[in-house]
Write a new protein. Structure first.
Length: 429
């Protein structure tokens, strides 16, 4: 599948086949996914070789794109395994490989010469000379370093106009330069550069006096707290037009480790923002409304990163690890109008859901739909998916499925949430 010239693309993360499906349902044009051996999300990556082949087929059957990440900093032992994986993908290759290592790029070119190469943000492309070098080497697209300003992006596009430019617009930021971090390796022996980061930068730290091992002293910065390395999350939904004008054609969302609830809400929000016409007089008002939906998700507070030249310290959240959770993800809609002889009322619908967390009869829930606006309704009854007996509550875990009786019909793939009461709200540390 060849990319249409100048067509804007919303690119979403896919940490599993299920998340890939949700990303497409909620409006992504393309996804990026990786095999654990070669992706910088190794520990939480649920793809294996067979699932990746199936994912490529699924994406192409829907006229969508899929990019496979092979962006680790490879060692000698990786290359025999890499070639085997690439050869298996020959029959139905992805639309591109995302890579940062020169050796990996060379092997991809040799085994699959007709597949596009996208240069990973891990390669730290921060200037037009480097961008031109990679373009001359046959790289089709560069995922620009997050450290670039808007003016620098404009200059890269001006100097290398045929090169496709991709930029992160939402998600977690790393305190290390474009993610090149050794903290995880140093503290617990898990290499972030081989896809196994423990996110030590998000941990809370204390000092301990050498001779008093049980006396901990909080490490503070400017009296605000102990999260010295905890970067704020990136959110550029209000600046998509500026990025378009600078030459960005692919808008990338971070978060392969996030839930389908988070993924669905973020993809839908950016899809709606990108689809607002430039001549819409209410565009700014609509963007602000969309941003309010994003604010409902747990985050580390938001920053515009380096886009407007901010210094790195403005991107730190030193008071806490995450914002307080106000909503709880409670389910995924799997099937509509389920047949059940116990339900006689024509005014109610029976919907099959996969339960997350807890769900009670009489709970008021909100459905975030892939296409339509959010809908609200109260759960009249809950039924066991096997015995069809009434339940007072249902709880997540072990892929628990139940039927719920509700007055409104949501779309398939809708994700459900309920607002937490004040006493239920917690900080995510």
């Amino acid at each position: 599948m060849k990319k249409e010239k100048n067509k804007l693309e919303l690119l979403a993360p896919a940490g599993s086949f299920e998340k890939l499906k949700y990303a497409f349902e909620f409006g992504a044009d393309a996804v990026y996914a990786g095999l654990p051996d070669f992706s910088l999300r190794a520990r939480i990556n649920k793809f294996d070789q067979d699932q990746m082949i199936e994912a490529v087929d699924y994406a192409h059957s829907r006229n969508k794109k899929i990019y496979i990440t092979t962006n680790i900093f490879a060692h000698n032992y990786h290359f025999d395994i890499l070639q085997k994986h690439l050869k298996i993908l020959k029959k139905n290759p992805p639309d591109a490989f995302i890579a940062s290592d020169v050796g990996v790029i060379q092997v991809i070119k040799k085994v699959l010469p007709n597949v596009d190469i996208h240069l990973s943000t891990q390669a730290n492309t921060t200037n037009w000379q480097t961008a031109k070098f990679w373009y001359d080497q046959g790289v089709k697209r560069i995922v620009l370093a997050r450290e670039l300003t808007l003016e620098e992006i404009k200059e890269i596009h001006l100097k290398v106009p045929k090169l496709e430019l991709e930029y992160f617009v939402h998600g977690a930021m790393c305190m290390a330069y474009s993610g090149r971090c050794l903290l995880s390796s140093w503290v617990i022996g898990r290499s972030s550069n081989l896809g196994d980061c423990a996110q030590n930068c998000r941990w809370q730290y204390s000092l301990v006096e050498k001779n008093r091992k049980n006396e901990y002293i909080p490490v503070e910065q400017d009296g605000n707290g102990t999260y010295l390395l905890n970067s704020k999350d990136l959110c550029l939904i209000a600046y998509l037009d500026e990025l378009k004008g600078a030459g960005i054609t692919s808008f990338k969302i971070e978060g392969r480790a996030k839930s389908v609830y988070y993924l669905s809400q973020i993809v839908k929000s950016y899809r709606r923002a990108l689809d607002i016409k430039n001549n819409d007089t209410d565009k700014k008002k609509k963007i602000r409304k969309i941003k309010k939906e994003i604010d409902k998700l747990v985050n580390r507070t938001y920053t515009t990163g380096f886009l407007f030249g901010e210094c790195k310290f403005k991107g730190q959240e030193t008071k806490f690890s995450h914002t307080k959770e106000e909503y709880e993800f409670v389910g995924e809609v799997l099937e509509l109008e389920v047949k059940n002889q116990k339900v006689k009322s024509n005014n109610y619908h029976l919907v099959k859901i996969k339960v997350h967390n807890s769900l009670l009869v009489e709970d008021r829930v909100e459905f975030i739909q892939p296409k339509g606006d959010n809908i609200f309704c109260k759960i009249k009854n809950i039924y066991d998916d096997k015995t069809q007996e009434k339940l007072k509550s249902a709880h997540g875990g072990q892929d628990r499925m139940v039927y719920i009786e509700i007055s409104k019909m949501p779309e398939v793939f809708s994700v459900m949430r309920r607002k937490l009461k004040k006493k239920e709200k917690t900080y995510k540390g």
